[in-house]
Design a protein around this ligand. Sequence first.
Ligand code: DX5
Ligand code: ZN
Length: 217
Amino acid sequence: MSEILIAPSILAADFGNLAAATHMISESQADYIHIDIMDGNFVPNISFGFPVTQAIYKHAKKPLDFHLMINNPDNYLEDCVNSGAKIITVHAEVCNHLNRTLHRIKELGALAGVALNPHTSVDVLKNVINDLDLVLIMSVNPGFGGQKFIENTYAKVKEIKQLADAADKNILIEIDGGVNGENAPLLVKAGANMLVAGSYVFNSMNPSQTIQSLKNP
Ligand code: DX5
Ligand code: ZN
């Protein structure tokens, strides 16, 4: 079985002490730091902007995984890279020229990801499967941490795995929302190889140990 990548979401951290949260993730077995950018427009919540992500980047010893829950993501791709983005994921629902956006992300030197809301069909990826590095499946409706995992996600993971296998394409399949110790092994079994976890990590007694337990199920 290939390695499972873990990306704890900083959204669930204490914003008064982001340096400590960044340090904790950096010293843990995590592979990425998941950065949720929300604009109060595509999603009904605002998280933080680039001055904050630059501050996180200064303290980070792990690569940053940007998840853009915003309209017009094309306007902010450079800002992500200047904040240390190794992965940039845009939502299929807001990209009129998804192929162009994915190629721009790669030109900027980052891995290119596409996120799908729970209602969005996997079919939208059929014609860009060879242009992307990662698919992020939302397992909650985006906008907030701490929501309940949507069970239909397993079926979607399998569909994406099939699409990628048929194209003979090795991609990251990242799951975001409500991930915990119970659903993580089932997600991996379905074909996921990258897991985001916010509240499950940061609300636990020992966040670093929780990251370790997700990494080695
Ligand atoms: C939700 C965000 C998630 C969020 C996950 O819109 O995209 O990354 O931080 O938080 P949990 O793990 O608490 O559902
Ligand atoms: Zn996210």
